[in-house]
Design a protein around this ligand. Structure first.
Ligand code: FE2
Ligand code: FE2
Length: 181
């Protein structure tokens, strides 16, 4: 597999760890426990800092070159994934706004918190699994060296702040929990 796709695959593994952590927080809320808003807030901060800001953009660069130069009958699928990137960014922003309300307001109905987080998790998993199951192998087979040269010329460079040994202090609540898991 091309190194760009390998890096994106590693991003998915990293994001999956964070989504599992979000699932465990959701389990705590479902069980009637206190919502760990610090951890929830760091998860959202992480998703906004790397997956939403960088990972989707890196995929968009590859998807755009594919659509422009190697399009096949999978066009619709790739277009759908690009549209989901826009939607995911919007959904993360909405969760951020909900957390701010939960921090400031009187008690929030537990079912509402559960529904919002469960919905968000489902969307993230569906997107990640669709890319892994239907698109990465296709891109690896279809894209030619000249396509990869185009891709690399416009690929944003950035390392994952949570898993790249940078800014771990910023994510101290979830980093400890990820290590413990
Ligand atoms: Fe994606
Ligand atoms: Fe992805």
């Amino acid at each position: 597999m091309h190194s760009q796709l390998k890096e994106l695959h590693q991003d998915h593994i990293n994001l999956a760890h964070v989504l599992h952590l979000l699932e465990s927080l959701l389990g705590e809320v479902r069980a009637g426990e206190h919502i760990d808003l610090n951890a929830l807030s760091e998860i959202v901060d992480y998703v906004q800092t790397y997956p939403d800001l960088i990972h989707h953009k890196r995929e968009d660069v590859i998807f755009s070159v594919y659509l422009e130069h190697r399009a096949t009958d999978r066009n619709e699928l790739v277009n759908r994934l690009m549209a989901e990137h826009v939607l995911l960014v919007k959904k993360t922003l909405e969760i951020r706004e909900h957390i701010e309300q939960w921090c400031n307001d009187s008690p929030v109905p537990r079912e509402r918190v559960v529904a919002i987080i469960a919905d968000y998790l489902q969307m993230q998993w569906d997107h990640l699994n669709l890319e892994e199951s239907s698109v990465f192998d296709l891109l690896d087979q279809e894209l030619e060296p000249e396509d990869w040269a185009r891709i690399e010329a416009s690929m944003p460079a950035a390392t994952d702040p949570l898993f790249g040994r940078m800014m771990r202090q910023r994510f101290e609540h979830i980093f400890d929990r990820l290590l413990a898991a």
